[in-house]
Design a protein around this ligand. Structure first.
Ligand code: ADP
Length: 604
């Protein structure tokens, strides 16, 4: 992911982190506040106990403060710590358990809603599809990252402010030691990381050799060859040894430099400045100048690394936010996608069947690519039963996707009742067309819900039963103990019913019947059935759809016989049109197809 290394402007990093903060905050404002307060509380108590508290006790010993005062102080301190722990547990063990899923859910639902709006075209574009998958799979992580981000900010700042103030009050010059030590180790750390990065690049080709050999010995693909050609392994072992040697040589060549830098970082910047210079300074101030107390010597020395650590945490905040920002960028790109299939005028769709008209319709999946639909003219009159036939890839499915407005035509128009379908409200238009795709899905829900494709609460059973009768599923339903409330698929329910291919199709067909749509589109819906069952299903379906227009795709010409009109497609064009008898008389491609299929059935 090369663009993951790009530097982003500060404003973008800020906006992106604010974006995720707002989502989380609006999902669970109380938790975010409680969470931040918990960080402040925790760090403040740590300061109170380990810096201020120990300082207070030591000073009491040094300057002879009355014992009862110290005892009261200790009692108050530990009561506060206990209360703090109870609060911490309340936030982290209880509130967070509810709030965290709620925040993730809010974020995910935003993404799911957007996913529903996406034009199908997005799924055809692998680049876009990958971004979409990344956005959804990274959503949970971003919520966790936001919390870690807040943790870094508030921990870093609280420690810096509390311990820093303590240093300023006790001996402001001490801060210089902390700063010098921090800056020095920070710079050395950067140099060290840079060298390591360079070495990694150098070692990369060698690492790849080792990984290759490794793969050869465990992947199934090579197993047969390896057994038949045992000498190959010697060569591979040599390759592995060679890689090891090269890696060692690279490390060896850089060992001195790396030792030099880590010595400077660990010994000079850390140990020497704090343990040698700083302690000498403190002892000098206490014993020679009498400017600070012995207790201060202990406490300042003791808190040195905490203050330094807080500076390190603060420097980590921005790089951390930048990394989050890269992911959020992708998520926001996805969320900002503007669907192209939108309504121009949001007109209501006529309830009764009206004529559909395709005028010079052409379409390519990608602008500039080969047209898969080419200049098609077609009329679907009310109540007409239309069959689309043709070999694989002829463009039948694409044509019905255009008819349903899952894609928009590039040239020409599709109109319903004389109005361009782009002018109808998209959701209402989709509702108007009952469709059964080849790749319909059965959901882990009850039979009733699968027909309704919605929540079944309060919905009458009668129309659902009618739809199931029309699709021919009613008989099978009688064998279900819980009738319409029988759960389908064994995904969640142990007694869930797994349907056969043909039965599932019938459920999918019932959906189209249940929707009171005036046009039904069936994309080879009965392909999982045997020819006789298919013929029966189609016949009863067409009878049930007497008051609707129907467009169906079928490879089986025994079914297309039932259609009022047949369109034969080839390379995205209509090459023949007419009734079954007319097309047989024409003695063209349809007649040829019919003869081949009839021959097959006779043989069977
Ligand atoms: P049919 O339903 O007649 O088998 P289709 O409409 O599925 O034909 O396909 C027509 C042509 O469009 C084929 O060449 C197919 O490869 C191509 N095609 C189908 N779907 C897509 C898609 N999502 N992206 C690009 N090309 C597609």
């Amino acid at each position: 992911m090369s663009d993951m290394n790009k530097k982003q402007p500060f404003k973008q990093v800020w906006d992106n982190n604010l974006f995720i903060f707002k989502i989380c905050f609006s999902a669970s404002p109380l938790y975010i506040i409680a969470f931040i307060f918990d960080i402040l509380r925790n760090q403040f108590l740590i300061f109170l106990e380990h810096t201020y508290g120990i300082g207070y006790v030591l000073e009491s010993v040094e300057f002879g403060r009355p014992f009862y005062k110290v005892a009261v102080f200790i009692a108050i301190l530990f009561t506060l710590i206990a209360l703090g722990m109870v609060y911490g547990a309340f936030v982290n063990q209880l509130i967070s358990k509810k709030a965290l899923p709620k925040m993730k859910q809010k974020f995910k639902f935003m993404l799911y809603e957007k996913a529903q709006e996406l034009d199908l075209e997005c799924y055809d574009n692998p680049e876009y599809y990958n971004e979409f998958v990344l956005a959804v799979s990274e959503a949970d992580n971003q919520v966790e990252r936001l919390l870690e981000f807040l943790n870094k900010i508030f921990t870093g700042l609280t420690v810096f402010v509390t311990t820093g103030t303590y240093f300023l009050v006790k001996d402001w010059f001490s801060i210089t030691f902390v700063l010098v030590s921090f800056i020095l180790s920070f710079v050395l750390m950067q140099i060290f990381n840079k060298i390591n990065f360079k070495l990694r690049l150098q070692k990369n080709p060698e690492e790849r050799k080792r990984a290759y050999v490794n793969r050869v010995f465990y992947l199934n693909d090579y197993a047969k060859e390896l057994r038949l050609n045992p000498d190959v392994s010697d060569k591979l072992f040599d390759k592995f040894k060679e890689a090891n040697k090269s890696i060692y040589n690279i490390d060896k060549a850089n060992a001195k430099k790396k030792f030099g830098i880590s010595f400077l970082r660990d010994y000079v910047a850390n140990d020497f400045i704090s343990d040698v210079l700083y302690i000498t300074y403190l002892v000098y101030k206490a014993t020679v100048l009498h400017a600070i107390s012995y207790s201060s010597v202990v406490i300042l020395f003791n808190s040195f690394s905490r203050l330094k650590q807080s500076l390190r945490t603060i420097t980590e905040i921005y790089p951390y936010a930048s990394e989050t920002s890269l992911y959020i960028d992708k998520i926001r790109n996805f969320l900002n996608y503007e669907p192209k299939i939108v309504s121009r005028k949001k007109l209501d769709v006529p309830k009764a069947p009206k004529p559909f008209k395709l005028d010079n319709v052409s379409f390519a999946y990608k602008e500039g690519e080969k047209r898969v639909i080419n200049n098609i003219n077609m009329t679907i009159n009310p109540y007409e039963k239309i069959a689309l036939v043709g070999y694989n890839g002829a463009g039948k499915t694409t044509l019905i996707k255009l008819l349903m407005r899952l894609y928009d035509v590039q040239d020409g128009t599709i109109s319903l009742d004389g109005i361009n379908i782009k002018d109808y409200d998209v959701a209402r238009y989709h509702d108007h067309v009952g469709t059964v795709f080849q790749d319909y899905m059965i959901y882990a829900a009850t039979v009733k819900e699968n027909v309704l494709m919605d929540n079944a609460d309060g919905v009458q059973e009668k129309p659902v039963m009618t739809a199931l009768e029309q699709s021919g599923f009613a008989q099978r339903l009688q064998s279900f103990k819980h009738g319409l409330n029988t759960p389908l698929t064994a995904e969640f329910e142990e007694d869930g019913v797994n349907l056969s291919g043909g039965e599932s199709q019938k459920i999918a067909i019932s959906r189209a019947f249940y929707k009171d749509s005036s046009l039904i589109i069936l994309d080879e819906p009965s392909s999982a059935l045997d020819p006789i069952a298919e013929y029966q299903l189609n016949q009863s379906m067409l009878e049930a759809a007497a008051n609707k227009s129907v467009v169906f795709i079928s490879h089986r010409l025994s079914t297309t016989r039932l259609a009022d009109k047949i369109f034969m497609l080839e390379n995205g064009r209509i090459i023949e049109a007419g009734s079954h008898d007319e097309l047989l008389q024409l003695n063209g491609k349809y007649a040829e197809m019919w003869r081949v299929q009839a021959g097959q059935y006779i043989q069977v």
